[in-house]
Design a protein around this ligand. Sequence first.
Ligand code: DSN
Length: 443
Amino acid sequence: MRRTLKYPNLQKTDPEIAAFNRLEEERQFWYADFIASENYASPAVREASASVNTNKYSEGYPGARYYKGSDIAIDPVEILAQKRALALFALDEDTWGANVQPASGSEANFAVYGALLKQKNHPENEDVALGMRLDFGGHLTHGFHVSFSGKFFHFEQYGLDENEIIDYDQVEKLAETWKPKLIVCGASAYSRIIDFERFGGIAKKHGALLMADIAHIAGLIAGGVHPSPFPHCDIVTTTTHKTLRGPRGAIIFARKDILLVPPNSKDNKAKSLFQLINQAVFPGLQGGPHNQQTEAIAVCLKEASTPEFRAYVKCIVKNSQALAQSLQKYGFRIISAGTDNHLMLLDLRAFDVTGEDASEWLYRAGIVTNKNAIPNDPRPPRLASGIRLGTPAATTRGMGTREMKQFARWIYEIMQDHSEQNLQKIKGQVRALCQKFPPPGFN
Ligand code: DSN
């Protein structure tokens, strides 16, 4: 019997919530997490995100707050987080700035759009942006029509070519046609290396700013297993809780040496890109920053700068490739024929199974995934023809290529036989495996 974490104060004040915490902890322990965007933050990160910094209001930025009392810890911690963010990606503080306040990746992206783009139907002509289609692996906030990104801003969308690789020629053509102010690259369900250099060339040629959303691959870039976007981009956004393995939160990196007149400016004064981003985050989008999260981000950035983290991200990719190759041997089609990063998208049509059913059966067998549209999916998103799998969380538990091959086999067996009896049998085996690989800080 394992010992669960203790919540003595919560237990006293609100036993109902404490019980849910224990249940969730049990779930995280006994289930194998293959959701590509999830991970297990370290106990140090979790301690930081539960700190007394949650008590403090500090609207503004270090040295320029609207509330007194930020000088002792809040300012130094935010400055440390900024410095560590820049150092992790080897950025020069004179050229780049880091804003560590956005509460999420979506908010970070909206801050960028608000800072740079004239909205749809703007009297002085709306600005155009390019983003990758959601059903081709992009993200809701890259211009999807039901997201405010697509509702408020004019996005044109690019996709994948016939080999299911980003269609860089299409990006080039769209840039030529639309003369976009901003090109957004980055994805949430794309398993190949992103050619940031090619995007940079297109942006430069057509006078566009280039933003990379590296939410999924930030840890891989920090650990040196994916090329860096920074030499080619003007703005880079990321979340901090995926491959970076930190708390929920986000960072926006922006260049200080690019001057722009902001949309809707009254005085036509040019400001640096970083200034515009800062103003868009606060006071544009958010009030007081979540100081306990800023603190936890600082901790995760320190962890991500270690040799152990570099070794960890190498293992993520090794595991991902082992899982993909084993699944291919069992007859699964991987979108774009393989993976270079932490994730893969499985096309389930050969098994005549929807992503909805497959993810439900897998969950009942203790394997947590998400249904996902595949390129040109004939099914609606609520059913989908694919599932997305990622290895960051399993790798954090210490699982290796042997375990990945075992999971491929279980996934195959579940597609063949989803009787309750078989799902329960596999669930028992998954639990036994999970017990051997406790997440960090779980007993
Ligand atoms: N929801 C995240 C993901 O799963 O990729 C992106 O926001």
